[in-house]
Design a protein around this ligand. Structure first.
Ligand SMILES: [Zn+2]
Length: 175
């Protein structure tokens, strides 16, 4: 007897679960529909990840460009390794202190991190703590090394990630 209640048809020999041919077909259709739905959900999630990354790039760039670093006075000393030696040249560094900032997605195996790595936007941290996001401001010249601009960029990227519930850390280094 078919495994479906009130169905008295003889099970199909190829049905492991004991469906009759008609119910076996129905079960297969349901299974296919489920697989397709899963595929669609996965596609949708991937499209959403691309949107999030694009938002990171946009907001990061806006913050980077809008940042007005505090200018610093740079002095060149007579003896480069002795700050007490006479100053031979001085100029203003409009981009302020030099430094870097990066964003680490944690953990490295969260679905967004995996998507980023598979699409060439990141590499796993050596300790396996997370994934370094490999996107950068689309800028050239001295601004690239500006600590304040890079910090503003990383914070903006972090805000986008937070707004989508993606856990991360911001790493900064001032030269
Ligand atoms: Zn049946």
């Amino acid at each position: 007897m078919c495994c479906i209640k009130d169905c008295n048809v003889t099970p199909s020999p190829s049905s492991k679960k004991g469906y009759c041919p008609e119910h076996q077909r129905e079960a297969k259709q349901r299974w296919l529909a489920m697989i397709k739905a899963k595929g669609a959900a996965s596609q949708e999630r991937k499209a959403k990840f691309a949107d999030i990354l694009s938002e990171c790039l946009d907001d990061g760039q806006v913050a980077f460009d809008a940042c007005k670093p505090t200018p610093i006075v740079v002095s060149e000393h007579d003896n480069p390794i002795d700050d007490g030696s006479p100053v031979v040249k001085q100029w203003v560094g409009m981009e302020g202190d030099c430094g870097m900032a990066r964003v680490l997605i944690v953990p490295a195996n969260c679905s967004f991190a995996v998507w980023c790595r598979n699409n060439g936007y990141g590499h796993t941290d050596d300790c396996g703590r997370g994934l370094w996001l490999e996107i950068a401001p689309q800028t050239h010249g001295p601004a690239v090394q500006s600590y304040e601009r890079n910090l503003a960029w990383a914070h903006a990227v972090g805000r986008v990630l937070s707004s989508h519930g993606i856990d991360h850390r911001t790493w900064t280094h001032q030269d």
